[in-house]
Design a protein around this ligand. Structure first.
Ligand code: LLP
Length: 434
């Protein structure tokens, strides 16, 4: 069957392998559910982005890893080693980045509702750039920075008014969005003027993010055009010339054999061509360009391994294959009806001769990994692998029904190591007070 990615192979025993490690063995050794990642695939994607951004936009271009996609200390270490910056959106992500020793100057701090405490903590930490979302935040940042005797470098989050045709819940660039200030309503220009008037912030440029899991290059090219136009309009109206333009993240990844693949380097070249020609056209110097990929850096590298429990066929309806995880470790089908590829890791080459619903073990009918999924005939005790779970699975995991969060194991050169320990029942009651 189509294993989607080259780091997924089948070994002599007929088992699924990830990065050269036998998935059935990993399940036996570390237990299930288990997130497994191939380190080389993550690093290769980081290098693809870095190299393509440098070639297309110039050597000062910087891809940031949008760490909401997969957040644990080891990921910040990889991002640092690969020369990326990071996008953090909460005090918790900032704390984890600091714990991992990530250089604070290369952190961009996002979020549409930063609390005073978030702002103070980020200032104390020396976060390089705040991406300010709205007027109140800007006022609060200026005040708190002033109290601390600091002047903070900022970008402003601008809503370019683009509908990228992705799932509504992950589309963020339209005018009616909880994020940023819209160009169309005039609020974007207003917030620029406000930022320029404040003594404790230094405005460097603008940020936009149109959405996530997007395969079409056009929304990115459109965003690049609208933002370059905005830079020119701001210069004309205020005299301020933006030196930095952050074009966000959002390029998609294939989850099934029917999804398109993306040539990330080509997409970056197309964006660059647009920004370059528009800058020349508007007589605006080329800004430093920042990109912010999350999913496309980590999704492909990850798989989740489960043990099959009950297999229940309801005549005339469907077959439920239940696994020992579910929406607590992967809420994406419940939230977005996201499609995945699944296979039995003990025999991935056997024909996928059944179509099943893969169910979790929560007390909730919507606790599904997918419906109408092709799968090898499954039996209790089989190891079931779900592919492309590196992004927005562990980072969105919960303890619903008091299920402990799975461990994360990283494979490198066929060798596995635990990078996040499995939660224990003791962990679950750690903060409970009798
Ligand atoms: N920058 C900003 C400001 C963002 O809001 C996001 C994602 C990214 C970058 C990274 O986007 P990516 O390259 O990963 O598409 N939980 C959803 C995805 C939510 C995306 C949120 N923002 C999912 O599971 O599909």
């Amino acid at each position: 069957m189509d294993l989607l990615y080259p780091h997924l192979t089948v070994n002599a025993a007929g088992h699924l392998c990830i990065g050269g490690a036998d998935a059935v063995e990993l399940a036996r050794q570390y237990g299930t559910p288990l997130y497994v990642m191939d380190e080389e695939t993550v690093r290769r994607q980081c290098r693809t982005y870095r190299q393509a951004a440098a070639e297309a936009f110039g050597p000062d271009a910087l891809p940031l890893y949008a760490s909401k996609a997969l957040c644990f200390a080891g990921m910040y270490k990889i991002a640092a080693e690969e020369g990326l910056g990071v996008d953090c959106v909460s005090g918790g992500e900032l704390y984890t980045a600091r714990y991992a020793g990530f250089p604070a100057g290369r952190i961009y701090f996002h979020g549409n509702n930063k609390t005073d405490r978030d702002i103070a903590d980020a200032l104390d930490m020396g976060v390089g750039t705040f991406v300010c979302d709205n007027a109140e935040e800007l006022t609060a940042l200026d005040r708190i920075a002033g109290e601390k005797g600091k002047v903070q470098r900022i970008l402003l989050r601008i809503t370019p008014g683009i509908d990228p045709h992705t799932h509504k819940a992950i589309s963020t660039g339209r005018v009616d969005s909880k994020f940023g200030s819209a160009i169309e309503t005039g609020q974007a220009m207003e917030i620029v003027k406000q930022a320029l008037s404040l003594p404790h912030v230094v405005l460097c440029g603008f940020h936009c993010h149109v959405g996530s899991q997007i395969f079409d290059i056009q929304p990115f090219v459109d965003a690049a055009r609208i933002m370059t136009d905005f830079i020119a309009a701001v210069r004309a109206e205020t005299g301020f010339l933006a030196s930095e333009l952050n074009l966000g993240g959002g390029l998609g990844v294939p989850y099934t054999e029917y999804d398109r693949t993306v040539d990330y380097a080509a997409a970056i070249r197309n964006m660059a061509a647009e920004v370059r020609s528009l800058c020349a056209d508007r007589n605006v110097p080329m800004p430093r360009v920042i990109l912010e990929p999350g999913r496309s850096l980590v999704a492909a590298s990850g798989i989740t391994l489960y043990t099959v429990g009950s297999v229940k066929t309801i005549p005339g309806f469907r077959t439920y294959v239940s696994v020992d995880g579910g929406m607590p470790d992967n809420p994406r089908y419940a939230l977005y009806q996201s499609r995945y590829t699944a296979l039995i890791a003990d025999r991935p080459d056997a024909p996928q001769d059944t179509r099943v619903t893969i169910a979790g073990r929560c007390c909730e009918s919507g606790d599904l990994i997918g419906e109408d999924m092709p799968l090898q005939t499954a039996a209790r005790g089989d190891i079931l692998a779900v592919l492309t779970t590196g992004a927005y699975n562990y980072s969105m995991a919960s303890n619903y029904n008091r299920l402990p969060r799975p461990a994360v194991v990283m494979v490198k050169d066929g060798q596995a190591r635990v990078v996040v320990r499995r939660e224990s029942y003791e962990d679950l009651v750690r903060n409970d007070i009798l």
